[in-house]
Each structure stands twice: as structure tokens, then as C-alpha cells.
Design a protein around this ligand. Structure first.
Ligand SMILES: Nc1ncnc2c1ncn2[C@@H]1O[C@H](COP(=O)(O)OP(=O)(O)OP(=O)(O)O)[C@@H](O)[C@H]1O
Length: 209
């Protein structure tokens, strides 16, 4: 399994968010994470990403519990294991679309320009590769962020409200691209969203309520 979440519980002093949550994702699997605002979707994604300390239960990446790993080990593993997409694109304003896609390659010293261009082609933006983010639309910027998240061919893509800043047409296109590209790459997808109608074809995990 790419991801195992086993008996995971999490509370803040004032609120118990979830109790003994268990699920697994294999290569190419997709799961929609649903629930009202404040039900703990972001908290769960942070636990899965190793960005938040586990209180009870276990998170495993390819069978390996992540809790015992040091910050340095986690940070190194995360670079190749995880892709992240957020509500905001977080593109670097002074880099072109292609350079943004390649940014993790620059960090690791393995820049594959052809693969970066191929990813931009897959998200319909090859012709915009040379443009700065300010010259792109909101939907286009978010698709560049998706291409960047997939550059390392991650085992797992975590998406936290990836359509939260998009209009209906762009939201639909974004979700379709996430689903199809992850399927093609064998990347497991965990997508937290309010836009339930965009993920009706996916198995769901519902928090709260
Ligand atoms: N650091 C913190 N300390 C205390 N409470 C927190 C902290 N972070 C989040 N919470 C609370 O935990 C609950 C869950 O927050 P979380 O952001 O995980 O929910 P969410 O489902 O992602 O919500 P949204 O859809 O609004 O983003 C909220 O009630 C929030 O106020």
C-alpha cells in the first residue's frame, strides 16, 4: 500500500476531531475527503504528510511507520514521495510556468526539462510554458501547481481544497486532470474538497457530523 492510516485519532484541547480512523490507498487509488468546515480535513492531510505529530494510531508510507522518522528523514522522503496541491497555487512569481514545474528538480539537481514540458502539455499549458504566473489565469496557475506537484512522480498526491479559488468550469477541469494524471502515473490521490459534486465517482471518507 502507498498509504495506510491505522486507528488514527486526533484532538485539540477543545475538540476531538477523529477517533480510530482507518483507511488505505494503493497505487492509482483515489479517495475524496469530505466533511463540513472544521471537521478536520486539513488536520488529517497534515498528519498523513508528517507535518503534524501523531497522537494515537499510525500513518505508514509503503508499510513504513512515519512517526519514528526524524524531521530530516521525513523532509527528504517527502520530496519524492508526496505531491501537494493547496487552495492557493503558491507559484514563485519570478519564475516562468516551466521553471515553477521544474523547481523541485532544481532543488534535487535532476532537472528534466522534457518531462516538465510534457506535464505542462498534459495540463493544456505547453504553449504558456514561458509565461510568468502573473500572465496566467487563476485556473491556469492552479494547473501549473498540479504539474509541479507531479514532477517527481510522487507515490501520493494530497490536495487540500484544490478548487477552492476556482470557478465551476475550472474546478471541474482541475479535478478531472488530477484524477486522470494520477491514474496514469499510478499516484494515489487524497482530495479534500467542499465541491462534493466534482468527486461523486470517487470513494469517500466523511469526517464530522
Ligand atoms: N492549532 C490548532 N489549535 C487548536 N485548534 C485547532 C488548531 N488547528 C485547527 N484547529 C481546530 O480544529 C478543527 C479542524 O480544523 P481543520 O482545519 O483540520 O478543519 P477542515 O475540515 O480542514 O476545515 P476547513 O474546511 O474550514 O478548512 C477546527 O475547529 C479548528 O478550529
Amino acid at each position: 500500500m502507498v498509504l495506510d492510516v491505522v486507528d488514527l485519532s486526533y484532538s485539540y484541547p477543545e475538540v476531538r476531531l477523529f477517533d480510530r480512523l482507518t483507511f488505505s490507498l494503493g497505487p492509482g487509488d483515489a479517495l475524496a475527503l469530505l466533511g463540513p468546515s472544521g471537521s478536520g480535513k486539513t488536520t488529517l492531510l497534515h498528519l498523513v504528510a508528517g507535518l503534524l505529530r501523531i497522537q494515537g494510531g499510525e500513518v505508514r508510507w509503503e508499510g513504513r511507520p512515519i512517526a519514528p522518522l526524524s524531521e530530516e528523514e521525513l523532509a527528504r522522503l517527502r520530496l519524492s514521495y508526496l505531491g501537494l496541491v493547496f487552495q492557493h497555487h503558491y507559484l514563485l512569481a519570478e519564475l516562468t510556468a516551466l521553471e515553477n514545474v521544474l523547481v523541485t528538480g532544481y532543488l534535487a539537481g535532476d532537472v528534466d526539462r522534457e518531462w516538465g514540458l510534457e506535464l505542462l502539455r498534459k495540463v493544456g499549458l505547453e504553449a504558456r510554458a514561458h509565461l510568468l504566473p502573473k500572465a496566467l489565469s487563476g485556473g491556469e496557475r492552479q494547473r501549473v501547481a498540479l504539474a509541479r506537484a507531479l514532477y517527481k512522480r510522487p507515490k501520493l498526491l494530497l490536495a487540500d481544497e484544490p478548487t477552492g479559488s476556482l470557478d465551476a468550469r475550472n474546478a471541474e477541469r482541475m479535478v478531472e486532470l488530477m484524477k486522470s494524471l494520477c491514474r496514469d502515473l499510478g499516484t494515489a490521490l487524497l482530495i479534500a474538497t467542499h465541491d462534493e459534486h466534482l468527486v461523486t465517482d470517487l470513494p469517500e471518507l466523511r469526517l464530522g457530523g
